[in-house]
Design a binder for this molecule. Structure first.
Ligand code: FPP
Length: 251
């Protein structure tokens, strides 16, 4: 194995990753589940099931590397257009994941939060979500944001509506609205913006994901389908991120 040394602290590198320069916040579009299943002659649902296992593995890997926040796109505002049986299969996987999480969160010390409009979900699913968010008040490790019935446009529309309501009530003047005020009305209020967005599955777009928050995020695309996206691919994405020069609009 190649051993390299990085950074002023001369910390031993973990393969080609500089452990002093791990992204604080990683966002992932978990794409390619359907194709993964179809290539194996399996129903698309089998791909989502494999995808949810890939998600668990990715969360473990990223937590071990010291990432503070992971945000995943699990179900978009547009995903309702999929066949009803596929939508139900994803809901069953979420239900299973949440049941297991209620048991595992303390053991793994993770915090679990949800971004999106949860009103269309079943009362049982919403109760489980509330329970996991309650447990998150007692855990201190990596924060995982699961985007559910989430769309970047929907999130921004909601923020505009909240600001307009404050204007109507006379609490705010339209001319006083700042970027910080918009930010504080997003699902991600208080969470640092993603440093790195990973999209497996071969597509190179961001599909209505975190439209505000991705303004200065580094993108890494991969042809590997999400269920096959393991530790090796995650480390490669972080290594690529570490070669980027981030300027945030400066020079
Ligand atoms: C995109 O792949 C994936 C989804 C729309 C669903 C993602 C859901 C999971 C990984 C499982 C549930 C999540 C959790 C957090 C337990 P695609 O179906 O668009 O794939 P394709 O492009 O190959 O058709």
């Amino acid at each position: 194995m190649q051993v390299a040394w990085f950074g002023k602290k001369k910390q031993k590198a973990d393969d080609d990753i500089d452990l002093n320069h791990i992204p604080r916040h990683v966002a992932i579009i978990m794409d390619g589940n359907g194709r993964w299943a179809q290539r194996r002659g399996l129903p698309r649902q089998a791909g989502h099931s494999a995808g949810s296992e890939a998600f668990r593995r990715a969360a473990d890997t990223l937590a071990r590397l010291g990432v503070e926040v992971l945000t995943v796109y699990a179900f978009s505002t547009e995903n309702w257009k999929r066949p009803a049986e596929e939508v139900s299969a994803i809901m069953r996987l979420l239900d299973k994941y949440l049941h297991e999480s209620v048991r595992e969160m303390q053991e793994k010390n993770i915090r679990l939060y949800f971004f999106g409009d949860l009103t269309p979900f079943s009362p049982e699913l919403r109760k489980l979500i509330a329970e996991t968010e309650k447990i998150s008040e007692t855990t201190t490790g990596m924060r995982v944001n699961v985007c559910l019935n989430y769309g970047g446009r929907d999130e921004l529309t909601r923020a505009c509506r909240l600001l307009a309501e404050d204007c109507e009530k006379g609490k705010l003047h339209a001319s006083d609205i700042t970027g910080e005020m918009v930010e504080s009305r997003l699902y991600s209020a208080g969470v640092p913006d993603p440093d790195l967005l990973i999209r497996p599955g071969g597509e190179q777009r961001f599909s209505n994901f975190l439209l505000w928050q991705l303004a200065y995020t580094e993108f890494v695309f991969s042809d590997v389908l999400w269920p096959d996206f393991g530790e090796k691919e995650i480390r490669a994405a972080i290594a690529e991120y570490q070669h980027r020069k981030r300027r945030f609009g400066g020079v």
